[in-house]
Design a protein around this ligand. Sequence first.
Ligand code: C2E
Ligand code: CA
Ligand code: CA
Length: 640
Amino acid sequence: MTALTVPAEAKRLLIVDDEPAMHDSYARSFAPAAGADGALDAMAAELFGDEATSAVEDDAPQFALTHCHQGLDAVAAVEAALAAGTPYSVAFIDVRMPPGIDGRETARRIRALDPEINLVIVTGYSDFSPLEISKAAGPADKIFYIAKPFEVAEVVQTATALARRWEVDRELAAARALLAQQVVQLEEQGAELAANESRALHMATHDSLTDAPNRLAFLRALGERAKRPGLFATAMFDLDRFKLVNDTLGHLAGDALIREICAILHATAPEGAVVARLGGDEFGVLFDTPGEDAAVMACDRIVAACTGTHQVFGNSVQSGASAGVVVVEGDGCDPIDALRRADLALNDAKRQGRGVSRLFDESMDEGIRFRRRVEAGLGQAIEKGELSLVYQPIVSRDALEVLGFEALVRWNTAEYGPISPATFIPIAEESNVIHELGDWILDQALEMLKVFPGQYVSVNFSPRQFRRHNFVGHIMESVERAGVVPGRVQIEITETAIFDDAERAAETLYRLRQMGFRIALDDFGTGYSSLYNIRKFALDSLKIDRSFIDGMGRERESAAIVHSIIHLGRALGLEVIAEGVETEAQVQALRIAGASHLQGYFFSRPVPAEQAMALAVQRFLGEEAAGAPSPLHIAGGTHG
Ligand code: C2E
Ligand code: CA
Ligand code: CA
């Protein structure tokens, strides 16, 4: 076995043949000197013509040959070359090589060592069939055959082509390996990113000191639980005298106590409970419960477990806890309200002297107490004569003629002084008190109509009134009793009132209008009604909500909404009343935009009956408009 020393980029060929003469012939074929005047040149000239010779010459690979005379030597050479990292690209293998293993076996063993090498079997006609050798030393695309005796050019051409292919295959394999490695790296980076993300998420929803869910996570859990049916308890715990521990033993001791308490909560809370640190020394516990008694018992148990002596950094620390709990039915309740009530109950527990659990009851809630009193007070307000109506003129755009008045209710209570209808109407709306109230308001307004010289009165009806059984008959009866024509009564209802049950509302409005009542859609633009849908309803006017009038000078959106409501109203043949008009600039803008009626402090505040009468008789709002520059001199109007 002999090997030539050659440049590193030379292609390594393995020649396996038992006949020394054959080796000479190979050696001559691949002799480096063959360049300019040798076989390669001759072949190139033949293939590409004479001009191409030099190009081929430059490009022609150099070969380094290893000569083996026996199959086993060749196998050893392949093994050694692989080990050295300089594998062969092509092996030329003779088939018959007595006394050693034959070419087929040699090929099989070499293939077993090196899957990349190209094998060229040099056979006589009587030797194995190519198929047999391919089976032993495949794959077929890496085995080639040259018949003996061979031409020099044939061998060189084969070696050149196979060596190139081998090289390209290797480059490809290297590129693939690199790619695979990069894929692995990317996957690792992806995994790391995912881990970072879940760590960040964990940090955002967990308390760093105790690793318990934090307030945000608790609110989320509460929100989720509130959607499902069934009773659940929201409890809040607060450590008693925690500040004392912090102040006397330091913050580290305080932290240790917090962790200890958190562990106790986890251990003693009912199965499946969410235990969260809401902040400071405050904890929240959320659990399903069969009822209020069971919930209070669970809280008592936790409070008892928290109460006693704890060891903190070798110090004995006395601690205790208070709890507030509320039990509500899930299935759409308000989770924030549950937490608020639990907090109210906790405050009550602390007031009661700490170390106890308190169940929320409505007496703890100032807001609820107020509502109850308003409700009760409203029931007697009529009898006590605490209610009255005030009237605010609605004027025509140009002449500023008082065409009507909106009736607005006022309640002056002995206990709280005046209460705004914006406060008490929604409370009345939650009970049947609204009907009694509404009837009184309508009757009062109808009385006023009898004395007004021709204007209409616009009366507000809340959604509950509107949906009342036989609303139409009821109103008609009142109007007949008062002896007034329906055409002088405008019914103001809001979008919410009609769009909850649009079909029925459309029918009700249609009948009211048939009887001659005027219909105004109040607070228009604030609800969810599609502008397009309102054409289904029998209406006389749209009242643009005052928030848009207010925003007109400041925000593009408000101005745009005002304009589109006016356009829509006119397209549908409706009056458009702009309410809440406070400034001259607004009046001008609304006139230009095309509002047909105006209402607001700029012309007059809502005033008591007597003053309203005076305005009604005066008919036109000019110099007298309360404290304002004379609307009569506002530009852009044609009087008449
Ligand atoms: P609303 O129907 O939108 O009534 C218009 C409100 O705007 C009235 O407040 C009125 O005083 C006020 N307002 C009028 N012009 C201006 C202005 O230029 N600037 C400002 N900032 N406000 C102006 P009020 O009287 O406090 O009534 C509040 C709400 O209470 C009413 O809103 C209505 O929803 C309800 N309400 C009032 N009276 C009754 C009633 O008799 N029955 C029913 N069901 N609801 C009523
Ligand atoms: Ca109104
Ligand atoms: Ca309104």
